[in-house]
Design a protein around this ligand. Structure first.
Ligand SMILES: [Zn+2]
Ligand SMILES: [Zn+2]
Length: 289
């Protein structure tokens, strides 16, 4: 199975010579698993992915972490949504929306010229029984996020390996906790590739505690305790420059080498393609280079 990052930035897109290396698009992950197309979130990164999928007629399974704007705002520019006969299934759990409106209602006058109910593709919500789903050989399970308004973390498993997509999640929130630390450790135990929100640094905690995002240090500790083989830090702050992210990567690698050398740390970067094979995970190439 293969995973490609089309958007890695949190909150709002950014375009600048200081963010070009890691990329400025909001969250979108493309996973080709068992010959099926799975997409996680429809941030602005999904526009480019839509062009790639234009001539690929397979059904699209579009999973949402939640419906905050940075995770849906690319959908009106997703070309497959305008293709007659195309089937797009919307999936989520732990969220109140039981219909397509959560995604399509952003396409409404005066905000967008094409109303959501007039797109040509068949866009339908696919329910997840008991917040789980089996697609052929693929087994998908979920966990509830610690985030304002709720949301879904996904774990995807096949015979080949496993990955988890956990974004907009505060591992140690103040006040009420939806999913406890120990439950995250259980849910993610032994996963091959963990993609987790690591938006902030320890020194920023005072200002951002309760915002629904995690610290880099917390995600590294989680990867260690859950015995994760690879962790990818995701949902970068839009103000974080490439130089700052390079330094975060260096510090994270150092910490991991000293504390749990079985885990490899990388930062999510637009265009990076990861392969999950029975023999392990490898960074195959970057589409933009
Ligand atoms: Zn977000
Ligand atoms: Zn959010």
């Amino acid at each position: 199975m293969e995973i490609t990052f089309y958007g890695v930035r949190g909150s709002i897109p950014t375009s600048s010579d200081k963010t070009i290396k890691y990329g400025g698009h909001t969250p979108c992950l493309f996973a080709e698993v068992d010959n099926k197309i799975l997409i996680f979130d429809a941030g602005t990164g999904i526009r480019k992915l839509g062009s790639k999928l234009f001539n690929d007629k397979r059904d699209i399974y579009l999973f949402f972490s939640h419906y905050h704007w940075d995770h849906i705002q690319g959908f009106p520019f997703f070309k497959p949504a305008y293709q007659c006969g195309r089937k797009i299934y919307l999936l989520s759990a732990y969220l109140p929306a039981k219909n397509e409106k959560a995604v399509l209602d952003q396409m409404v006058d005066p905000h967008f010229p094409v109303p959501g109910d007039q797109i040509q593709a068949k866009v339908r919500v696919m329910p997840m029984d008991n917040n789980r789903l089996t697609l052929g050989e693929i087994k998908i399970s979920t966990c509830a996020l610690n985030h304002s308004g709720g949301g879904t973390a996904y774990k995807v498993k096949t015979e080949q390996g496993s990955f988890a997509y956990v974004t907009d999640n505060e591992l140690h929130p103040p006040g009420e906790v939806t999913t406890e630390w120990s439950e995250w450790v259980d849910f993610l135990q032994g996963i091959d590739l963990l993609i987790h929100d690591a938006m902030y640094l320890d020194k920023e905690l005072k200002h951002i505690h309760g915002w629904g995002h995690s610290l880099v240090s917390q995600v590294l500790q989680l990867a260690k305790e859950a015995k994760v083989a690879n962790v990818v830090l995701f949902h970068h702050d839009p103000d974080r420059t490439d130089n700052q992210l390079d330094n975060i990567l260096l510090d994270s690698k150092k910490w991991m080498a000293e504390n749990y050398s079985d885990c490899k740390v990388t930062l999510a970067k637009e265009g990076d393609v990861y392969q999950i094979l029975e023999s392990g995970v490898k960074l195959k190439l970057n589409l933009n280079q």
